[in-house]
Unconditional design. Structure first.
Ligand code: ADP
Ligand code: ZN
Length: 747
């Protein structure tokens, strides 16, 4: 047996190490690094990826088993993507199975093949007698034969049977008898015209770049020409025309024969950006694949194949699009790079933005991060010259950045009939805009009607039976809901605890804002957008399109609509409560608040008329709010970085969060503490360890949770040490422990 007919395979589940298998002669030619195969493992059939042709190891002869089958003709992973997979598994401490499942779309893993279409025609060799006989006996089958006799070429089987209302089995009978011939042909793929593409009628004319934009594009083109791994941050204020800069950079890369991946936090929330990319490149004859969660398996397969074969060179999508098998990748763009949505919250817990940077390194290309409010990590990387920076400091056409009015809700009188939610000041502004026929947007980052039900007598708060969270009141359905586990129950009228007859609502959600605004402006057209109203797939796009056409006066929504949208007729934006994001137990609370204020105000004054922003708060003097009001990025950065440095938070250290959970609270606590003692004894000198402590959400879906933090200089250096100890530590099976690397959500 020759050396070449052995391959190494990483199986999805099983071992982290590659295993050697023999390849039957006939299959050898179709195997490459990255091919998906089925192999025998512990008496079962397992799916795996070929990680190497041949092997470096000495293998005892006769011990090896043959692989069972090669799943796809085209390897599922390119060599680069295989390297990326290995890194992902290591860095995010994720199993090969979870990594491969994240990277390879389901229809590919399942061995889906080209769409084929069956064609039918009269068998020219069939006896005329047999046909004549049949026509007499079976009228339905006769219809089909008569119809086929008229056709000059083979015709599609399914469509024909459908239109003639003939069952497939009668047709198959005729095929068996040899009267009809069946053939197949590969179907035309229309991957880039999926279900989402139709509704996005958007402007597609390029703008003449202004001076700042032109300078940014110039800088990017130089970086692209260096054909080396680079990261650049496009820091452009809201409305400064970042998209136009992205489009120019993309055009340049495509002209040079390269491919592009464009990441957005969520495809459904970026219809304008996606539409602009699609329409702009369509005219140039470029095919754009939009990678989103609503693709059918067939569409997903076709899209993947179109990309894999170099037919479509642009992929736009949310974080998983970073794994698109673009052959000659020359540019990765991450729009709204600061967004926590790029982080996947279950295994593999990767951050799409960070994977983008790593993949650019593997592909030796440019990674372009863009935002009006970049993350502190990226700004820090700019300050230490690791990243290049390009700035857009002015809005296009010199439009004004709107002024932020801070309304101190401790002093300002609330408007009557608004449950104290809306200040007189904001109500008056809303009225004026309505009279002027201009549009307004109101934000509150909390859905539902009211955030909790509390008894004024005994202080009892209605909370979830499965999570340590208060239940949110939803007025329309008269129910209390848990926004984490979806538990719901009928809302009580009196206190279930002390039987006091009247329980009180506390804290407001978007539903209550909607009610309050209706009381202020009974004649305005008001629409609310949040996770509760967005149950129908296309509703979001419909509402935005109605809003654009002026059919809606006031749009109320959660943070869901705070970013990226561009409506020229919006002249007033209100933030109902700026304090919500300040009081979360997250070291990024200030950063989040600053970003929210800047992004929210960025929605106003994008047309010819100047915009106004009203921010209601109980803490007008808190630094992030003050810095945002003055648009003082540098000031905020300086103060926040000093704080992060003092407490060793990112960007100065990487965080690893070790989560312990289980149904038995005592056990979870016990093992968290035992482990913490152990790791402190062994690694306490080398890494800073904090905890263990109950997680901010102590209980989720009946699981009790504890966490422990490691503050490390380098994940690559320190993680293996932690893992080495974890492997040997006698954890109880009832306590699940997971590592979250560079966590974004610390609840
Ligand atoms: P950002 O993403 O930076 O907030 P956009 O890219 O959405 O900004 O651009 C804001 C608006 O300005 C869009 O309607 C866009 O078409 C328009 N625009 C972009 N560049 C120019 C330009 N050079 N001249 C005129 N209008 C422009
Ligand atoms: Zn719950």
């Amino acid at each position: 047996m020759s050396e070449e007919q052995i391959v190494e395979v990483i199986t999805f589940s099983g071992f982290d190490k590659a295993l050697a298998y023999k390849v039957p002669d006939h299959a050898f030619g179709s195997l490459q690094v990255g091919s998906l195969v089925k192999v025998p493992l512990r008496n079962r059939s397992e799916v795996g990826i070929v990680s190497q042709i041949g092997t470096g190891q000495v293998i005892p002869k006769g011990k090896l088993k043959f692989i069972y089958e090669v799943i796809n003709k085209i390897p599922a992973l390119t060599p680069d993507l295989l390297k990326l997979a290995k890194w992902l598994g290591f860095y995010y401490n994720a199993s090969p199975e979870s990594v491969f499942e994240a990277m390879i779309p389901l229809p590919i893993r399942k061995g889906m093949d080209m769409k084929v279409e069956k064609l039918i025609q009269i068998n020219p060799d069939a006896s005329q007698e047999a046909i004549a006989n049949l026509i007499k006996r079976a009228p339905k089958q006769a219809d089909l034969l008569e119809f086929l006799k008229e056709q000059k070429t083979p015709i599609p089987k399914n469509k024909t049977l459908e239109s003639l209302k003939i069952s497939p089995s009668s047709c198959d009978g005729l095929i068996k008898k040899g009267l009809i011939l069946e053939t197949s042909q590969q179907d035309e793929r229309i991957a880039y015209e999926d279900t989402l593409s139709k509704a996005e009628a958007v402007e597609n004319t390029a703008h003449k770049l202004n001076e700042e934009q032109a300078n940014a594009v110039d800088g990017l083109e130089k970086l692209i020409d260096e054909k080396a791994f680079k990261v650049a941050l496009l820091h452009g204020i809201t409305g400064s025309g970042k998209t136009e800069v992205y489009l120019s950079a993309m055009k340049k890369v495509l002209k040079d024969g390269g491919g592009v991946i464009f990441l957005v936090p969520e495809v459904a929330l970026a219809p304008q950006t996606v539409g602009r990319i699609r329409s702009r490149f369509k005219v140039l004859g470029e095919k754009v694949v939009v990678w989103h969660s609503q693709l059918s398996n067939g569409e997903r397969y076709d899209s993947w194949l179109a990309v894999r074969q170099g037919e479509a060179r642009i992929v736009v999508g949310a974080r998983s699009a970073i794994f698109a098998p673009i052959p000659n990748l020359k540019l990765i763009i991450v729009d709204e790079e600061h967004e926590p949505a790029f982080k996947q919250e279950d295994t593999p817990r990767y951050n799409g933005r960070d994977v983008a940077v790593y993949r650019s390194m593997l592909s030796n290309c440019l990674c372009l991060l863009g935002s009006a409010t970049p993350s502190l990590e990226s700004l820090y990387n700019v300050s230490i010259k690791k990243y290049h920076v390009l700035k857009l400091t002015k809005r296009v056409d010199d439009r004004q950045i709107p002024r932020i009015d801070l309304i101190d809700m401790r002093r300002e009188k609330p408007r009557p009939n608004t449950s104290g939610i809306i200040s007189n000041y904001l109500a008056e502004k809303l009225l004026t805009r309505f009279e002027l026929k201009e549009q307004s947007i109101l934000f509150l980052n909390r859905r539902g009607y009211s955030s909790s039900m509390i008894c004024p007598e005994c202080g009892h708060v209605e909370s979830c039976e499965h999570c340590s969270l208060t239940l949110t009141y939803h007025k329309k359905i008269q129910k209390l809901k848990c926004h984490t586990c979806n538990f719901e129950k009928k809302a009580p009228t009196g206190c279930p605890h002390c039987k006091f007859p009247k329980i009180r609502l506390q804290g407001s959600g978007t539903q209550r804002v909607e009610e309050a605004v209706r009381n202020v402006l009974p004649h305005a057209k008001i629409v609310r957008i949040d996770a509760d109203t967005m149950v129908k797939k296309d509703l979001y796009r419909e509402i935005l399109s109605d809003f654009r056409r002026g059919k809606i006066d006031i749009l109320i929504g959660t943070q869901m609509i705070a970013k990226g949208l561009d409506f020229p007729n919006v002249t007033l934006v209100g933030l109902i409560n700026a304090d919500l994001s300040l009081h979360i137990s997250d070291f990024r609370a200030a950063e989040r608040t600053f970003q929210l204020l800047v992004q929210v105000s960025g929605r106003a004054g994008r047309g010819d008329r100047a915009g106004e922003v009203v921010v209601q708060t109980l803490t007008p003097h808190s630094p992030p709010i003050q810095y945002a009001r003055r648009s003082d990025f540098d000031g905020f950065l300086e103060e926040e970085l000093a704080m992060r440095k003092e407490f060793n938070y990112p960007p100065y250290r990487h965080l690893i969060r070790h989560i312990f959970k289980g149904k038995n609270a005592e056990k979870v606590e016990f093992y968290a503490e035992q482990w913490a003692d152990h790791i402190d004894k062994h690694l306490g000198e080398q890494l800073e360890i904090r905890g263990p402590a109950p997680a901010p959400l102590e209980k989720i879906k009946d699981d009790y949770r504890f966490h422990l933090w490691y503050f490390v200089d380098s994940v690559t250096k320190q993680l293996p040490k932690i893992l080495e100890h974890r492997e040997k530590f006698p954890f109880d099976a009832a306590v699940i422990n997971t590592l979250d690397i560079d966590p974004m959500n610390v609840s």
